[in-house]
Ligand binder design. Structure first.
Ligand SMILES: [Fe+2]
Length: 157
């Protein structure tokens, strides 16, 4: 067995995938923290519904953060872990003081769109690298988040 290929993947391909997974990790973190803010700050007629929905979102995002970071480690990389790195590497902007439920849901819909673009790019890259593990993970995320995205658009309609 080649000691340079402990899980059988090309090291250059793995390094490239780790870079993209770290970029996804940045967006997952910033989005998760935004959603925590929505959970705390939302006000109005839909408070109970949205307060609970945002808790569901950030709980799920925290799970994905751990899965993505541990996938980076599995591929031989180093997951980013400082808040500075997350803010610098994210496409999703950090938002604050959002009290309006519709505005918060609109932000979530846009953020899921950003995640989906990153995850689909990763799916394509995993096919070239033959990385079934990352592919399966991204495939699950895409299916799930496409459905969530539809639900958010239905809410906003
Ligand atoms: Fe809470």
């Amino acid at each position: 067995m080649d000691a340079n290929l402990p899980i059988g993947l090309n090291p250059d391909d793995s390094a490239a995938l780790c870079k993209e997974l770290n970029a996804l990790l940045c967006d997952l973190h910033v989005f998760c923290q935004n959603v925590r803010g929505f959970h705390w700050n939302v006000q109005g007629q839909n408070f109970f519904e949205l307060h609970a929905k945002f808790e569901e979102f950030y709980t799920d995002l925290q799970l994905k953060i751990d899965e993505v970071a541990e996938r980076v480690l599995t591929l031989g990389g180093q997951p980013l872990h400082t808040m500075q790195d997350y803010v610098a590497g994210a496409t999703i902007p950090a938002v604050k003081d959002v009290h309006d439920g519709v505005e918060a849901v609109r932000h979530c819909a846009a953020a899921f769109g950003v995640l989906l673009v990153r995850e689909r790019a990763l799916l394509a890259a995993t096919e070239e690298a033959g990385d079934e593990g990352t592919h399966a993970l991204m495939s699950d995320y895409v299916c799930e988040q496409e459905k969530t995205s539809w639900m958010l658009r239905a809410y906003l309609a």
